[in-house]
Design a binder for this molecule. Sequence first.
Ligand SMILES: Cc1ncc(COP(=O)(O)O)c(C=O)c1O
Length: 510
Amino acid sequence: MGAKPPLRRFHQASWDEPLLFELSSPGERGVQVPAPEVPFDDALPAGLRRQDPPGLPELSQLHVLRHYLRLSQENLGVDLNIDVGQGTCTMKYSPKINDQFVRDPGVAELHPLQDERTVQGVLEIVYRLERMLAEISGMDHVTLQPGAGSAAIYTNVAMIRAYFAACGELEQRDEIITTIFSHPSNAACAKTAGFKVITLYPDADGYPDLEALKAAVGPRTAALLITNPEDTGIFNPRIEEFVRVVHEAGGLACYDQANANGILGITRARDAGFDLCHFNLHKTFSTPHACGGPAAGACGVTDALAPYLPRPTVEFDGASYWLNDDRPASVGKIRPFYGVIPNLVRAYAWIMSLGAEGLREVAEIAVLNNNYLMKKVLEIRGVSAPYAEGRRRIEQVRYSWAELTEDTGVHSDDIGVRAADFGTHYWTSHHPFVVPEPMTLEPTESYSKADLDEYAAILAEVAREAYEDADVVRTAPHNSTVHRVRPDTLDSSETWAVTWRAYRRKILGE
Ligand SMILES: Cc1ncc(COP(=O)(O)O)c(C=O)c1O
């Protein structure tokens, strides 16, 4: 495998940077706003005028710039590190050219309340992106309204509920089946929508358990919600059989295709018989995840479920694009207006830049990268890949450091934090926490062989340290700006301050 890559020397900047409000100096300005031609008092009715100034920080441009640059140096952003450790959150590269398209005044300066005749370009992008995702999933119709993956799953569950309500079967069909290694948003959305949830555990081979499914389905089954490949990276080899069993019981099959990085252009939800599916545009189509903020999700459905799609739908009559609000069976609005347009533009640009063959190549590289990294990681002492042991994975793997923990007392979290001392981001999500001492890695197609070698070398070094000098790992990080965040401060509403006002009250005691 060649020479071991050198470990990077890394030390994060530490600025002890005050808040913008604390830096504020009365009278300092970033821009001089020209005096209005009509005095404000005449332009605005008295009831709309504030009594007091808004209390914003007063700063020059340079002070603002310096503030944010300093903060950015205390961050381990996705463009700065080999970010394969976010596991099921997936951090792939978001091409910068796509941001340029989004900043184009033709996109950035549109108002969502504009007359649809004046936003034809954006409606065309939405329409065409829907058609492309319909082709990629095999579904008949797609909506791009949901603001992220969980919102898309909820949209699908809402459509399932509307479908059975229309058939007069909702009272009878009150159960949704999922699997433990499907993303937990599936169970959560089903429950939120009022269904009872049945969760299947893997069979002895580590695969989703077909016999357990057969035992669980029946006249009360509304749907199967299943992630495939699951968050372990295992692809269900009997997925069509799962769909058949649920259909025979009269239920619907709904595919969480958020883990689509390794199957793009290779398998399609509809070809496996599914009635509904969803993609996370931020996990697969290169748009930013936005930290739980405005990401973008896409739901695909068959003709039978189309009446229930969120409204308005974007239609094309051969000459122009228009919004169809006249949809009486629709589940309604999932998000205001047409969805998160900047991310839809990015996803559209990404797909257009790759084409059908490029998408398939993305999947092939994502799988190759994952299996290459898996081979290297499994050579490290103390780590294993439980469930379906010895089998290849698709695009991610949920590893376990349980053996290393037993040998050394060092936990997976300690290893993740110590890895940050070498300039890589700490890992975050491994829900459900069924695999002990979990570590979920997804390299995607974005990272090179050299990147993966470097990442594996960091993990090998931290594991070596754990066996030889466990305290170095246990007391990490040593090179980061912030030492460990005490989780108890995050858990207590007494100390958790998410706004400036809350900070002044709770932390400064004002
Ligand atoms: C397989 C799968 N489904 C659903 C979700 C939920 O998506 P989101 O975080 O956008 O709500 C995720 C999250 O990454 C996921 O990995």
